[in-house]
Design a protein around this ligand. Structure first.
Ligand code: ARG
Length: 468
């Protein structure tokens, strides 16, 4: 057998792999990121093999010690990765055999790289999800606390990006919080299906050794062994689920980003973002650009791309493992990094938002945002809603001609449009009156926002850490 032929499967080959093909098929440059999980899986596998009598205790100990040393070499960046050895699995196994001799070759008894890699990715994703969840929790906490603080702050609410009705800033922030709360649930739901163990499926059909998959599953903290060996080695639907979660989350973050970008503009002037989240322009000295939300908005595109590439990767693949599956890692790794960083950016930034309350209030006062309140007032006085709508429409037209908001008109001016209007109308035409009147669950009244913030805190405490 030629030196250049991969030692672990070179037996039936009569010529070495073409140099380009070797590079083309190798994954070690990116799958070395699975090293920690690969070693964790191998230690559990060796422990199980000794438990069922396939390895002796001495062999198990030699393997575990060797693997622990290799882990140290990798962590200290002393490990020499080899492309001819193809992937993370064979690099580590070859190094183990270097170190402990023939016993190293026994580690692969009763398993295949097919169940090994499927197990490694699931372990990796479980760890990644836990880090991502911590950032998501931090973001939710930040949103809830800011909302509580800003329960009385009035801003315009929009539909079609046109001033619609006044809302409280706290209410707006709790709308964001609801979006990410559902993302949180989706993440934990995805984690449940990730936490199932492929190991023991071997290449595709299982193995003839008397393995105990419950032992390995328990050692690795998996909920249970995967039910079917063909499915266990081949499906990557969990990667698709994760990138679906990521796509929906980034879609939400892009909506929030868009609002932050609008709000920091001179035209809106609703909030200030501290300088540390912004950058300047090399040519226009006055500029302070909201780069962080803009980048999060932009990164949404690459996450959608990863979802699309994984869906397409899996489409039409026959059972069981196919080399196509090696293409799952790069999109998945990038999705994990991007989601973690975007969440970190948001979790740091949201509590630092400084609302410009006077400017928000002034914007809400413009644009006849209490017109619906006037219509509701007329209905309470016995006018039919359609007639009330018409009366208020005429008042607004008058306001546009005379450049007066409804609350700035005198009682006589308002009475031109309906004799039913009396002095008490001014209570409903104020912004404070308008928001306070929407006083039911889900409404924008300050009392409701404070109560909703409290419920959100409780919901978060129950969900945190996976109690779905
Ligand atoms: N590097 C491969 C992957 O990521 C590992 C599994 C290879 N299995 C095989 N039979 N070629 O999918």
């Amino acid at each position: 057998m030629s030196q250049a032929t991969n030692q672990s499967w070179g037996g039936r080959f009569s010529e070495p792999t073409d140099a380009f093909v070797e590079r083309f098929t190798a994954s070690v440059n990116f799958d070395q990121r699975l090293a920690r999980q690969d070693i964790q899986g191998s230690i559990a596998h060796a422990t199980m093999l000794a438990r069922v009598g396939v390895l002796t205790d001495d062999e198990r100990d030699a393997i575990i010690n060797g693997l622990s040393e290799i882990k140290g070499e990798i962590e200290r960046d002393e490990f020499e990765w080899s492309v001819p050895l193809e992937d993370v699995h064979m690099n580590i196994e070859a190094r183990l055999t270097d170190k402990i001799g023939i016993t190293g070759k026994k580690l692969h008894t009763g398993r295949s790289r097919n169940d090994q890699v499927a197990t490694d990715i699931r372990l990796f994703m479980r760890d990644a999800i836990d880090v991502i969840e911590a950032e998501l929790v931090r973001l939710r906490e930040g949103m809830i606390e800011l909302a509580d603080r800003e329960a009385e702050t009035i801003m315009p609410g929009f539909t079609h990006l046109q001033t619609a009705q006044p809302v409280t800033f706290g209410h707006h922030l709790l709308a964001w919080q609801e979006m990410v709360a559902r993302d949180h649930e989706r993440l934990l739901d995805c984690r449940k299906r990730i936490n199932v163990m492929p190991l023991g499926a071997a290449a595709l059909a299982g193995t003839t050794y008397p393995i105990d998959r419950h032992v390995t599953a328990e050692l690795l903290g998996f909920e249970r062994p995967a039910e079917n060996s063909l499915d266990a080695v081949s499906d990557r639907d969990f990667a698709i689920e994760f990138t679906s979660f990521a796509s929906i989350l980034l879609m939400h973050l892009s909506r929030m980003s868009e609002e932050l970008v609008l709000w920091t503009s001179a035209q809106f002037d609703f909030i200030d973002l501290p300088d540390r989240f912004c950058t300047g322009s090399s040519i226009m000295p006055q500029k302070k650009n909201p780069d962080v939300p803009e980048l999060v908005r932009g990164k949404t595109g690459r996450i959608y791309g990863h979802l699309m590439s994984l869906l397409t990767l899996m489409k039409s693949q026959p059972l069981a493992y196919n080399k196509d599956n090696q293409e799952d890692k790069e999109p998945l790794f990038d999705a994990v990094d991007t989601v973690r960083d975007c969440l970190k950016a948001f979790a740091d930034m949201v509590p630092a938002i400084e609302p410009k309350k006077a400017s928000m209030f002034e914007a809400a006062r413009k644009g006849f945002s209490t017109a619906t309140d006037l219509a509701d007032y007329l209905v309470r006085k016995g006018v039919a809603f359609r007639d009330a709508h018409e009366i208020v429409g005429q008042s607004v037209a008058y306001g546009l001609r005379t450049e007066k908001d409804l609350s700035e008109m005198t009682l006589d001016e308002l009475k031109q449009f309906s004799a039913t209007i009396e002095q008490d109308v001014f209570e409903v035409l104020t912004l404070e009156g308008s928001v306070a009147a929407r006083n039911h669950i889900g409404g924008t009244a300050p009392d409701q926002v404070r109560a909703a913030a409290q419920r959100a805190r409780e919901a978060l405490a129950t969900l945190k850490g996976g109690a779905l």
